[in-house]
Design a binder for this molecule. Structure first.
Ligand code: ADP
Ligand code: MG
Length: 614
């Protein structure tokens, strides 16, 4: 029999390798932006069309490439950034694997234009399917422009696998933000289908962060800054009222590289225990700088995960720095700043310098840093801060003016009269509220315990579902329209949702860029808190998007029902309670919320009797 093993042709090998690095347009954006940064550019422009499926182009004013390098750059394992294996442990560039351009050229049509300052003419190269189709000299400004067209044109299965334009644009924006946040001294812009999405002038870190997260963050960022010989940490944490229901605004960078680390994320989150609601995530943008030899970046093809030489120290350090910051700004009590016992026992922390250690361990200076005054864990009791502020923040996170009693009854009463066959056996409905949260009510021959919030959520859910599928909900115009300025990603989401939101009774106009004008709200919603309601709606919607089985409309209805429901803790009058219970049993599925929680618990008479052992 003949031998059967063959070497794969280059273009197929490259296509397979590309699967690791280029999964979607956003991955190409990341690689191209990082290359521009590595090339020393001070201005970087990103242009996309059709969510990057048609075109991803990055133009930079970096150092450009020679004719030979331009050609070489598309070879697999072609890199100018490392030469020997040892270089891997001193990486100062974003790239080093020499795979990105080769991968992109394997799965898309690519055009490169580049010129170095010392060359009179630049180079133009066109590549398709890993094959150079055209190469010629061209006139070009100093720097590089790379266009990636028709991603996956030659791998239809993967092209079909791409998500909706909204979702892919979201990925691109995420990648753009991660790079732009790391390099505030570089100008970045992004246009999508000819429209400006970002225009980020050079500035300091805080300016860059607020340019991206939105101006509303300006007064809500708390500075974090701790320097030691082992590592530096700086950046911002959001005051507790910037906490979100989704992980959206959590950014961690190590040596300017955005990374995902559940472990370090936990370190930050614990600092916010008791400051933000249990199901919310604090916002933060934190940068850690440390000796590259202390980390291994090369553990993941897209370098989003890295390995630390000593993760425990980093954890303790991040936690201490954030706690310190919160305490200094009177946001958290400065009670517990000692390093936890486990950390304290680590050699680097607990053993004082010996000559020997001093020379051997480059990390041993940590001990000094950790015992210096004004470092994170060294806060004198006298510095304990005023606690009243942070409590305010906490309350604000969850506060939404509740409808007043009168509004509630207006809302619920008309439907009371139309009550059909009642489950109450024609007897007068008697009910009583307990703990401002539950309603106990007679029911057939026994009684029920109703959860007022969950019951109301069911009622609103059916009401909104009906309206959204038939006619538009009535709108009440606002006397004074409200301007809503959103972060870019939220603006894109809201624009995407506008038709459905309109159907629900909101009247919102897109006012260009990230600004919207709220002109009206659904008729039965209390006015005065529109901005917060919309922001919350977007948050909850994002929270929901993991559950793909629901349509956009269904998700929105569910969010609205949850958001507008009477909350526990709200005192109800007898009329309101009766209306609520009647409305509940008007519903098609009165016994559970849309999410499946019970809305009431029934106690049947024979069951009760048995409880009394009769
Ligand atoms: P890596 O970044 O890991 O080295 P890439 O495939 O991304 O691998 O790029 C290959 C090489 O092409 C880089 O090492 C660099 O020398 C060159 N290169 C890529 N993009 C640019 C650019 N925008 N400007 C200048 N040189 C570039
Ligand atoms: Mg690269």
């Amino acid at each position: 029999m003949a031998d059967i093993i063959q070497l794969l042709p280059d273009n197929i090998a490259n296509q397979i390798a590309a699967g690791e690095v280029i999964q979607r347009p956003g991955s190409a954006v990341k690689e191209l932006l990082e290359n521009a940064v590595d090339a020393g550019a001070t201005e970087i422009r990103l242009i996309i069309s059709d969510a990057g499926k048609n075109l991803v182009q990055v133009i930079d004013n970096g150092k450009g490439m020679s004719e030979t390098d331009a050609r070489m750059s598309f070879e697999r394992h072609a890199t100018s950034k490392i030469k020997v294996i040892d270089d891997l442990f001193h990486i100062k560039t974003m790239g080093f694997r020499g795979e990105a351009l080769a991968s992109i050229a394997a799965v898309a049509q690519v055009e490169l234009k580049t010129r170095r300052a010392e060359d009179e003419l630049g180079t133009f190269i066109e590549i398709e399917n890993s094959t150079v189709v055209k190469q010629e000299p061209c006139a070009f400004s100093v720097g590089t422009s790379i266009s990636m067209k028709n991603l996956f044109f030659n791998v239809p299965a993967r092209r079909n696998f791409l998500k909706s334009n909204a979702a892919e644009t979201r990925h691109i924006i995420d990648e753009f933000i991660r790079v732009a946040m790391s390099f505030p001294h570089i100008f970045f812009s992004m246009t999508s289908n000819g429209q400006d999405v970002f225009h980020l002038e050079k500035g300091n870190l805080k300016q860059r962060v607020t340019q991206i997260l939105g101006n509303s963050y300006n007064a809500k960022l708390v500075n974090v800054k701790e320097d030691t010989d082992y590592m530096n940490i700086y950046g911002f944490v959001g005051k507790p009222d910037t906490a979100k229901k989704t992980r959206g605004d959590q950014y961690l960078f190590v040596n300017n590289r955005f990374i995902k680390s559940a472990y370090l994320n936990h370190a930050v989150n614990t600092c916010f225990d008791n400051l933000v609601a249990k199901d919310s995530f604090p916002s933060y943008v934190l940068y850690i700088d440390l000796d590259p030899s202390q980390i291994d970046i090369n553990v993941h093809p897209t370098k989003q995960e890295i390995k630390f030489e000593d993760e425990k120290i980093i954890y303790a350090f991040v936690q201490a720095a954030v706690k310190h910051a919160l305490a200094q700004f009177s946001i958290a009590p400065s009670l517990d700043f000692s390093l936890n016992a486990e950390i304290q026992q680590l050699d680097a922390v607990s053993n004082p310098f010996s000559e020997e250690r001093q020379s051997s361990a480059s990390t041993s200076n940590l001990f000094q840093s950790f015992t210096q005054k004004n470092q994170a864990h060294k806060i004198d009791p006298s510095e304990r801060s005023e606690l009243s502020h942070w409590k305010d923040f906490f309350v604000e996170t969850d506060s939404r003016p509740l409808p007043t009693n009168r509004e509630l009854s207006n809302d619920l009463l008309p439907e009371l009269n139309t009550a059909k066959q009642s489950p109450f056996d024609n007897q007068e409905l008697t009910c009583m509220q307990l703990h401002n949260s539950y309603i106990i009510s007679s029911f057939k021959s026994g009684f029920i315990l109703v959860h007022q919030q969950l019951a109301h959520e069911r009622i609103l859910y059916e009401k909104y579902s009906l309206m959204v599928h038939s006619k538009q909900m009535p709108t009440q115009k606002l006397l004074f329209p409200i301007t809503l300025e959103l972060a870019v990603a939220d603006a894109i989401l809201l624009e995407d949702l506008l038709p459905e939101i309109t159907q629900l009774g909101y009247l919102i106009e897109h006012f260009g860029n990230n600004t919207f004008i709220i002109q009206g709200t659904p008729a039965d919603i209390k006015q005065g808190n529109e901005k917060h309601s919309i922001e919350l709606l977007l948050e909850q919607f994002k929270h929901f998007t993991s559950e793909m089985k629901f349509s956009k409309r269904e998700k929105l209805v569910r969010c609205m029902a949850r958001q507008q429901s009477i909350k526990t803790g709200q005192l109800l009058g007898t009329t309101e309670m009766k209306a609520l219970i009647n409305d509940l049993f008007e519903c098609n599925t009165p016994n559970v919320t849309p999410a499946g929680n019970p809305t009431y618990i029934e106690y049947k008479q024979d069951y009760i009797e048995r409880m009394f052992e009769r």
